[in-house]
Design a protein around this ligand. Sequence first.
Ligand code: FEO
Length: 387
Amino acid sequence: MKRISDHVFAIPVVDNETDLFESLWPLDEGVNYNSYVVIGSEGAAIVDTVHENFFDEYLEALKEIVDLENVKYVVVNHVEPDHSSSLRLLLEHLQNAKVVISKTGATLFNLPGEVLPVEEGNEISLGDVTLRFLMTPWTHWPETMVTYVPEDGVVFTCDLFGAYGAYPNLGAEDQDGYLLEARRYYVTVLSKYAKFVNSATAKIRSLNPKILAPGHGIVYSGDSLVQILDLYSDWSSGHREGRALILYGSMYGSVYDKVHTLLHLLEAEGVEVDALDLSREDWSYAMTFVLGADVVVIAYPTYDADVFPPVKYFLQTVLDKGLLDGRALYVIEAHGWSSSEQKIRALLDGKDIRRVLSFSQKQPLKISDLENLAAEIAAILGGSEQT
Ligand code: FEO
């Protein structure tokens, strides 16, 4: 438990048991579920809860902060179970509390207890402190909203500005490591909804908040608050870092050889470039690289007359999340008896495919092909003049 402003307390619960968030994304260092309590002169409100597996420790922490008889409201900014699965258990301990949720949420979900739907700008007074509700749909799900406490300048943002990792004190000692976990959370959970995330970030920025209090990760204030708002504005609006990225798979080494030749040629051209083996690289980390890439080279061996599976399914995932939009794409395709060029063109349909280089034992790639490719990529990135 930690007091974060005059009227607001935080209860960070650390989950070190779950191995994969959403059964997809590795939690090597765990994850926080942050719940908050707003205490006013005429009652208290709880804002978001925690995963039900941690309800007992959560309830003990809650009782240290507030007399449960004084809790008038439980605000559900987001219904996903990591934030709301404790609600039913919690209401068994609250005699006088209504459940506050967006009107969209009240339409889509059956929640326990007496439900009070709210719309944009609705307010609830707790005496000397106010809860104001701002609709931020699709900042993961359609029902999502944020709650603002104007007297303290606190915004409860749930998934927005969240991060993987365990932060029992709601602060980060390793700033670079934290930002990677925030970036990984953004690309895995929120990037599909970038347009909505961008407008929600602008709406929250316009409040000129003093504190951002998300459902995962740390509580932000001062420089860290400015930094996460700037990063979210950037990530959700065509972010680029002037880098090239090679995403590859290789079965017998011929693609690997081309990738490493190209990697060295690009470095010689002054290009900032990374190469990731999708047979081995965790997808969530690979997605953080895609976010920053201007140019993506996709290199793989044809498999069953189709795109190599680790490459194909990773591409489908990042395409679904919009992470390849606006990137210049190049393909290097190796095959034995049947090219998969039409398959990769169909997979990337509508995207900015600049060139597909196909090669086989009978039609090998020449070093000049890769030199020309490196020069073309360097010209896009401004690493050297095009010849
Ligand atoms: Fe952290 Fe969309 O739940």
